[in-house]
Design a protein around this ligand. Structure first.
Ligand SMILES: Cc1cc2nc3c(=O)[nH]c(=O)nc-3n(C[C@H](O)[C@H](O)[C@H](O)COP(=O)(O)OP(=O)(O)OC[C@H]3O[C@@H](n4cnc5c(N)ncnc54)[C@H](O)[C@@H]3O)c2cc1C
Length: 379
């Protein structure tokens, strides 16, 4: 067994005021707001991956706050107030992120967001218009814009989609490079004096008088005054009682398409399918609703079933007359639960968590980080 030196023990692995488990977007934004509120705090972020290896580096890079059919479904499931609360957090989160980072730093592109209504959805245009008007009205005071959503059916032909009866446009959405955002956040927190430790898995923790001792998979333990768990889909390992379940999301990316006809971030089927241009390639993900049971897993693998569903959608709707190959396939794990709102709470004395970001953590994480940091500082 490797023994650690006194130098290591008194620097990298020294007792900290706060240890954050998980260096995805939530862990990183939380670290940023903790240190910003109190620069004297000693803070470390610990991740079991050699880089952050959760959903934050494996997603689709949509900078979005919810499509029309998704927000209508959310209203039915959780009520209007909660739907508006979560949209507000996402919308403000995106603004916050863009205030702190330049477009270049995070690969942000302002191509807008769209939702496709498929012919098989049989949606009546008058019904759709009245749903959009009512949603625009509800969001008006929150986004300070007259209209978030509008119908733009001319785009169906321009973009070359098949089996599509309507397109809803949202100019307030965009897309980014998730790897660049994660790296920019890591550099930012390190520049503030936060210690980032990788390849350390936290196995368990226990309170020992005023200290919290963290058992790791390495030949040393860590300790802190306050602990923040930001492990999202994997949170049950450390907090077995928490209401969170893993939901795998799978993605594929095509070869480059000559003269690709569209740019933007597209939603379909209440957000269960999503695609965007990635330069001149198409990145497509989702189809989890075709196999909920199979995708209720935290195994980082792709499956033929879902990948075939995605390819079918590419051929039938997105790129009907193109020939292409698939250059990349991967999966990531979301943390979901019976509620869509994230969990941001003190679970027991000086042990906090900020988890369950669902499918829109890019947008949610800045405000979740700010809120949990405030809770921890005020304690
Ligand atoms: C396929 C897919 C597509 C998505 N597309 C989008 C999108 O386009 N836009 C959007 O807004 N959101 C999207 N999401 C959701 C978004 O990526 C997540 O909501 C967000 O990244 C969650 O961030 P997080 O920090 O809470 O968790 P994560 O990024 O999952 O981070 C958790 C971290 O904890 C670490 N960890 C876990 N257990 C331990 C332990 N015991 N010890 C130490 N470290 C541990 C993991 O290694 C990981 O790095 C997508 C998700 C998936 C899976």
């Amino acid at each position: 067994m490797i023994q650690i030196s006194v130098w290591e023990k008194e620097s990298f692995y020294a007792h900290k005021n706060v240890i954050i488990v998980g260096s995805g977007f939530v862990g990183l934004w939380s670290a940023y707001y903790l240190k910003k509120s109190n620069p004297k705090l000693s803070v470390a972020i610990v991740d079991r991956g050699i880089i952050p290896t959760g959903a934050s580096t494996r997603n689709a890079g949509f900078a979005c706050f919810g499509s029309v059919t998704e927000l209508i479904a959310d209203t039915e499931k959780m009520g209007e107030d909660k739907m508006l609360d979560i949209v507000e957090m996402r919308y403000k989160g995106l603004k916050r992120m863009r205030k702190i980072f330049s477009n270049k730093q995070i690969g942000y592109e302002d191509f807008g967001g769209y939702e496709l209504i498929n012919e098989s959805q049989n949606m009546d245009i008058n019904n759709l218009r009245s749903n959009i008007d009512s949603l625009n009205h509800k969001l008006k005071s929150l986004i300070k814009k007259e209209k978030a959503f509008c119908i733009n059916d001319n785009a169906i032909k321009t973009f070359g989609f098949k089996n599509t009866s309507h397109i809803i446009e949202n100019r307030l959405e965009g897309q980014l490079h998730s790897g660049k955002l994660c790296q920019a956040l890591l550099m930012l927190v390190q520049s503030m004096g936060i210690t980032v430790l990788n390849s350390i898995e936290i196995k368990s923790f226990e309170k020992n008088n005023d200290k919290i001792e963290l058992q790791t998979n390495q030949p040393f333990n860590l300790s802190c005054d306050k602990l923040l768990i930001c492990t999202n889909a994997f949170a049950k390992q450390l907090l077995p009682q928490i209401n969170i379940e893993p939901a795998r999301g799978q993605i594929l990316v095509t070869s480059e398409i000559k003269n690709l006809k569209f740019k933007g971030a597209f939603h379909y089927d209440e957000g269960y399918y999503y695609f965007r241009n990635l330069g001149s390639r198409v990145l497509l993900g989702g189809a989890r609703n075709k196999a909920f049971e199979e995708e209720h897993t935290n195994t980082l693998a792709t499956s033929d079933h879902i990948q075939n569903e995605l390819e079918k959608f590419l051929h039938e709707v997105i790129l009907p007359n193109e020939s292409f190959t698939i250059d990349y396939r991967w999966s990531g794990i979301m943390g979901i639960g019976s509620e869509k709102l994230p969990i941001m709470e003190e679970v027991s004395d000086n042990i906090f968590c900020a988890v369950r970001m669902g499918g829109m953590g890019v947008a949610l994480a800045p405000l979740v980080g700010e809120k949990i940091a405030k809770k921890m500082i005020e304690k």
